[in-house]
Design a protein around this ligand. Sequence first.
Ligand code: SIN
Length: 293
Amino acid sequence: MSHPRLDLEPAGPALGAFVRGIDLHEPLTDEVVTDLLQAHAEFGVLFFRDQHLTPEQHIGLAERLGVINVNRFFAAVAGHPQIAEVRKEPAQTTNIGGGWHTDHSYDQIPALGSLLYAIELPPAGGDTVYASMYAAYDALSEGMKQMLEGLNAVHSSRHVFGAAASRPGDLTGRLGNAGAATQDAVHPVVITHPRSGRRALYVNPGFTVGFEGWTAEESEPLLSYLYQHAVRPEFTYRFQWLPGSLAFWDNRCTWHFAVNDYQGERRLLHRITLEGEALVEPMPALREVSPGG
Ligand code: SIN
């Protein structure tokens, strides 16, 4: 383990860890920041309880962990453009993030991760489920792994945030700026995580539109297979929020799904997303060179 200064309790067998004994109001030392980023890459998502942060403290924490990416599509918290509002009012029926996805895969350089902080929650429900794309990749057959490692996939924001997106009307005011949804990006289907060095499956039902060079019809069966494989229960962890909880997930090796099971109730969280780095495919296995050959 390369995070000696942290008190971590694994959340589930495949992913997630609760971080104990850290008060996020206090300045984090450089060593603790390094350990948190390492644990984040290893566990996929870190959970903190009882933090009760102001927007300024949430921003300060994010700036300690990385560079903030100002979201183009979510309504922002008043006075804090760095914070995207994840809100559902009692009269609204559609939630934000209510399908499996990983944030910003439509960007050329996808976001590192997000820090989602809970303010107001329904009396029951409103959990977020996470899935490990390390576990999903590891469980594939060697034949499937070899085939996927040669492939790239196209990701897009257009069908979700663009003008032609078929979005339920009650998301109006919570999502906007459709004119900015012009991104398509191509990423390897299997990536090497930039910090952990582990391989992860990098396609997702929210934003992946097909394999590069394949038609949508050709892509669909293999994507469908990967999508149902990737959310096998043993690869997932379901997090129950409490006011003051904060989840810091890694977009490169996890998916998430906000469960919409609290109709008639309010749920309000604040999300800050951090800039990432370009994703690379795994290095081809080094060929053995016979001595003298
Ligand atoms: C999101 O997809 O960023 C929102 C997740 C949630 O509300 O739990």
